[in-house]
Structure formats: structure tokens, C-alpha cells
Design a protein around this ligand. Structure first.
Ligand code: MN
Length: 203
């Protein structure tokens, strides 16, 4: 995958597709503690646009506009985390959203393996390496291997969406999926506000 690396924001005038695959890399899994280091975006055309953030440099007007743009569908795997991270660091609530993990849970009821690596293997027959997952994403200079890994996380999301949309339609669960995606911004806000483990619908 070709990688374009930018500092602190997307460049002015960058044209992306109506469906943009997005992933983030952070210093860890706690959005309150672990800062946003990298945001990877792809139109599904084999090009990854990667925005590397210096500590505290979260102005990013172009990225924020894209995340809030109602005409651009933001495609994630486990959107809940990335949406919380974007809210915490950029102050923007991402919408509209499609999440391949939720789609997978709604149709691949024959398994409990809903990781990106599992999905890509089963639906696309591609082996995805997760080897650089736990590396230092706060480094000032990211390695070629880190960037290649980061780009790979957005490389297959469009194809996964196509496969999952077919399965959702087949099982009559497309509307249910859309409703779940619609709740994701609120789910991310609950996570940040101190209810990460709460099922708000439980008795
Ligand atoms: Mn990733």
C-alpha cells in the first residue's frame, strides 16, 4: 500500500471517497491517558493517508471537518475506540459511522472471533500481520514497518464492508446494523464519561 505521511492534519484540498476507512494508533487503550499518535485514512484505492500528531498538536481542521461531514461515511473496525479517541483529542464527534466489528457480530454468529485479522482471513483469505500492534506509536520518527502495519489496518475495510453488507442483507439484519452504528457516538461518549462497562439497556 502506498503511504502519504502528513504532520498534524490532512493537507488542504485532499479529495477522499464518500466512504473513508479510518483507524488510529495511540499510546494505549485508555483514551484519557493514552494520546492519539496516528490517524490512517484510505478511500479504498490502495493509498493510505496517515496523519502523525505531535504531542498536543490536535488542531487538525481538515481531519475534523471530514470526521463530522454527514456526506462521508467513516468506516472502522471497532469504531467505538477510535470515535472515543477522536472525541477526546480532536473534540469532534464522528458521524456517520460503519463498523465492521459490529457487522461481523450481527452476521457471523457461528464464531466468537471478530478481530480484524480473523475477518480478513475468513472473508478475503488474506493473512494480516498484527506484529507491530504494540509498538511505540509516540516515536517522533515511525519506522517503515510501523507505517506499513498502520496502513494495512485500513487496507481491507472497504472489501470487508462489501462482504459483510451482503451477509447482513442475506440475514435481514441491515437495518439492525444501521441502528447499532447510529448509537456508536453515544456509546463513545458513555465510555469517556465514565461508563465504559455499563450496558445502558440492562435492567
Ligand atoms: Mn491499527
Amino acid at each position: 500500500m502506498k503511504i502519504n505521511l502528513y504532520r498534524n492534519d490532512l493537507p488542504d484540498g485532499l479529495k477522499l471517497a464518500p466512504i473513508v476507512a479510518i483507524d488510529t494508533e495511540t499510546l494505549g487503550l485508555n483514551p484519557h491517558r493514552d494520546r492519539l499518535c496516528l490517524a490512517q485514512l484510505s478511500s479504498g484505492d490502495g493509498v493510505c493517508h496517515a496523519v502523525q500528531f505531535a504531542p498536543g498538536a490536535y488542531d487538525a481542521p481538515n481531519l475534523k471537518r471530514l470526521l463530522a461531514d454527514p456526506a462521508t461515511l467513516k468506516l472502522f473496525h471497532y469504531a467505538r475506540f477510535d470515535v472515543a479517541v477522536f472525541r477526546q483529542y480532536l473534540g469532534v464527534l464522528t458521524t456517520p459511522i460503519y463498523c465492521t466489528k459490529i457487522a461481523s457480530k450481527l452476521v457471523r454468529t457461528y464464531t466468537d472471533r471478530h478481530g480484524l485479522k480473523d475477518l480478513v482471513k475468513e472473508l478475503l483469505n488474506v493473512d494480516l500481520s498484527k506484529e507491530q500492534q504494540s509498538s511505540d506509536w509516540g516515536a517522533e520518527v515511525l519506522s517503515e514497518r510501523q507505517l506499513a502495519y498502520a496502513a494495512n489496518d485500513v487496507a481491507y475495510l472497504h472489501r470487508l464492508k462489501d462482504a459483510l453488507d451482503g451477509m447482513l442483507a442475506r440475514e435481514g439484519r441491515s437495518e439492525l446494523a444501521a441502528a447499532c452504528f447510529g448509537f456508536l457516538p453515544a456509546r463513545a461518549l458513555l465510555d469517556l464519561a465514565g461508563w465504559p462497562d455499563l450496558d445502558i439497556f440492562a435492567h
